[in-house]
Design a binder for this molecule. Structure first.
Ligand code: PMT
Length: 399
């Protein structure tokens, strides 16, 4: 049983929302409806209220202060947001982050899986703007329940018919099942670079922005896991619902990973941990007139190597990343073996537009049984979804 919010916008397919509610209830889920203003002119909110037993939420700005707090609570508790039917206009609002009514605001506030089931006239659905908006939603991690071809409300035959209710329910169930699998699971994710001090103002670091690790943390949290994100210095907001621990050096990162390792089920090392550090950090700033300093470097301790030999290693799943510039697959496989990992995610960091700093990535996911999954170029959010799908299948096999 899950707490589902059904978002309803003003498509003629709105009447199917009643069947969606009934089918979700049959599966013992509780349903709360949020309607757009225009949708409430198509169908009386009273109908949804009677079906769900919950007052229908429509207008954010007419809501009393005390109720607003409850609605924030609702965003926190929601386990799935299903928007069906979703009009071209509502999809456009979601894609661009417009939050001018209850439902569009709610979309921005939730931290759970989101499904959008579009329903509209074929010309609107196939319009490049709508297709670009749907692509943007996919990039944001939203699952699109693709519409079907058939007789449309306008009398035309074509694409844009709301997907069959059974298909929408099956998709909702599979997402919920996946998020149930992560409940009570604890995941350590590392992200960003480390900084190894030379003196109080200078350091050795790398180009990692933390985007990959932060998206993984967001995805893990969305799937219901408890996430500890151990992050080097980055310029990113903390993902909602995630415990963020900020560190600077490789040694500090290792200390924090070690601290939480006992309680963790999975560790994902997406951080670009420095391999070398100055043997000694100077205590005062090295001045230019002192000449060019000679900096002796020493190796940092490898965190994954340390975890590989930990007494609790066998009870955990270890996922490493491999940042390579040539022979991606072979180099990654070698790293997976050497570090005793369960899975490794390899990216070629020499290709412009992916890897370090970029919003996109293109990865190979390798496991110890020889399976290789290629993501193709995708947003780091979509790549994170793929990594978690693979990890989920791995967890299933392992238990
Ligand atoms: O942060 P972004 O800008 O989004 O970029 C993402 C990324 C390119 C940093 C990310 O996708 C990535 O590849 N992360 C791993 C970078 C890295 O350090 O790779 P590596 O091949 O040098 O190390 C292999 C593995 O050992 C990594 O999981 C690393 O976290 C781990 N390691 C490395 C050094 C060390 N001292 N301890 C470690 O545990």
């Amino acid at each position: 049983m899950a707490r589902i919010v059904l978002g309803v916008s003003s498509s003629i397919a709105i009447y199917k929302a009643c069947e969606i509610i009934r089918q979700l209830q049959k599966k013992n889920h509780s349903v709360q409806v949020i309607m757009t203003q225009k949708a409430s002119q198509f169908i009386s909110p009273l109908l949804f209220q009677a079906l769900t037993g919950n007052p229908v939420l429509i207008n954010l700005f007419e809501t009393k202060e005390t109720e607003k707090i409850e609605h924030i609570e609702l965003a926190r508790k929601t386990e799935l947001l299903l928007i069906a039917p979703a009009t071209a206009n509502f999809i456009a609002k979601m894609a661009s982050g417009i939050a001018d009514d209850f439902l569009s605001t709610f979309y921005l506030a939730v931290n759970c899986p989101v499904i959008v089931a579009p329903a509209m006239n074929e010309a609107m659905y196939l319009h490049p703007r709508t297709q670009a908006n749907l692509q943007e939603l996919r990039r944001q991690g939203v699952i699109i329940c693709e519409p079907e071809r058939g007789l449309l409300a306008c009398g035309d035959e074509g694409w844009g018919r709301l997907a069959e209710v059974e298909k929408i329910i099956a998709l909702a169930e599979s997402l919920l099942t996946s998020s149930f699998k992560w409940r009570n699971k604890k995941i350590i994710i590392t992200a960003g670079p480390t900084r190894e001090p030379i003196d109080p103002v200078r350091f050795i670091s790398n180009r990692s922005s933390g985007k990959m690790g932060y998206e993984l943390a967001r995805e893990a949290s969305r799937r219901g896991a408890e996430v500890i994100l151990i992050s080097g210095p980055v310029n990113l907001p903390s993902p909602y619902g995630v415990k963020v621990i900020r560190i600077e050096t490789a040694a500090e990162m290792k200390k924090e990973v070690e601290k939480y390792f006992d309680e963790a089920d999975v560790v994902i090392m997406a951080a670009a941990v420095a391999d070398f550090r100055p043997a000694e950090a100077m205590t005062s700033k090295w001045k230019k007139n002192q000449g060019i300093p000679e900096i002796k470097l020493v190796a940092t301790e490898d965190i994954l190597d340390f975890l590989a030999t930990h007494p609790l290693r066998k009870k955990k799943i270890l996922v490493g990343f491999a940042a390579e510039t040539q022979e991606l697959e072979d180099a990654a496989r070698e790293k997976m073996e050497k570090k005793g990992l369960d899975l490794i995610v390899a990216n070629d960091v020499s290709i412009p537009g992916i890897g370090f700093e970029a919003d996109l990535n293109d990865v190979l996911i390798l496991d110890r049984q020889g399976q290789v999954i290629r993501s193709g170029v995708k947003s780091k959010r979509e790549i994170s979804q793929l990594i978690f799908d693979v990890l989920e299948a791995y967890l299933e096999k392992a238990t």
